[in-house]
Design a protein around this ligand. Structure first.
Ligand code: SAH
Length: 282
């Protein structure tokens, strides 16, 4: 790291760095993220942090799991915040590492506010959120000029584990051409139904990307009307992202990972040239 033409900020003892580890592939870490991993005394990490990312930690760094998955006992949010405060007050360089970006459905704000309350200094290092970078690994851009000028990021469940009830589903269905949903698999049927009730077509393309950017990444292309059955049939599992909208069609042109395994890509995945011919011949 010391050969980079970049002044990396010192990771001071007694500080907490709240760092996004990206969607899984360790190569997607930021330079600040890597610098934090190479400097931290203690690393408090979440379930969704990629294993290869953890391997980047300093050899004598203490790793503490604070996730909520994988059959391991879950840590309560307040306990995690208290633990960060305690470690910082002991004078440790504390790295709080989260999957994706800490401020995107990652409770990073809550933890940072607890640090503010306890007068613990902190820095935030954004990461590549799975809802953007994970989809890119599936060959699905979140915006594309021929498809959408807006995108909404949505969580499939709220703090109580149910579909968020403070969403204006009608406004969302009618106003957001592309919808990217985190934590969506459990309530996908309910969400798809709400969107169709408010005018989205059952034929609308849906992409489901599981374990994006990891060696076990899986992608399912389906439609709003069939997605629940197709998910059940395919056995695709969380963690997964659901993306609804025309951008999913671009995958036949942009599945660059598939192309590395021999998939032949089309340069006109939206069939625009055919439509232009139609207009020209009209
Ligand atoms: N802060 C994270 C999101 C945490 S919420 C971020 O910015 O990406 C947890 C949800 O993120 C999961 O339920 C899943 O929907 C999504 N997610 C995170 N990593 C993922 C991955 N590698 N593949 C697919 N979905 C992922």
């Amino acid at each position: 790291m010391d050969k980079l033409p970049l002044d990396l900020p010192n990771f001071e003892p007694g500080w907490v760095w709240l760092v996004g580890g990206g969607p899984g592939d360790a190569g997607l870490l930021t330079l600040y993220g890597l610098h934090a991993l190479r400097s931290a005394d203690v690393l408090v990490y979440d379930a969704l942090v990629g294993e290869d990312v953890l391997k980047m930690a300093r050899e004598d760094c203490v790793l503490e799991y604070a996730g909520k998955r994988g059959g391991k006992p879950s840590s309560k949010q307040a306990d995690i915040s208290q633990r960060l405060i305690q470690l910082a007050k002991e004078g440790k360089r504390v790295l709080r590492l989260k999957g994706g970006d800490p401020f995107v459905f990652g409770r990073g704000g809550e933890e940072a506010l607890a640090l503010v309350e306890a007068n613990v200094p902190f820095r935030v290092v954004p990461g590549i959120s799975s809802g953007i970078g994970g989809l890119a690994y599936a060959g699905i851009p979140v915006t594309h000029r021929d498809c959408n000028s807006a995108v909404t990021f949505l969580t499939g469940h709220n703090a109580s584990g149910i579909v968020p009830d403070n969403i204006n589903w009608e406004g969302l269905a009618q106003g957001s051409p592309v919808i990217v949903i985190y934590m969506a698999i459990k309530h996908l049927g309910d969400i798809a139904q709400k969107l169709m009730t408010h005018g989205r077509s059952a034929d609308e393309p849906v992409g489901i990307v599981s374990r994006a950017s990891t060696p076990s990444q899986e992608v399912l292309e389906t439609s709003l009307g069939c997605c629940v059955d197709d998910v059940a049939k395919s056995g695709i599992e969380p963690p997964a992202l659901v993306v609804i909208g025309e951008v999913v069609r671009l995958r036949s042109g942009l599945d660059w990972m598939g192309a590395m395994n021999g998939r032949v890509l089309t340069s006109d995945p939206l069939n625009l040239s055919k439509n232009v011919d139609k207009v020209a011949n009209a």
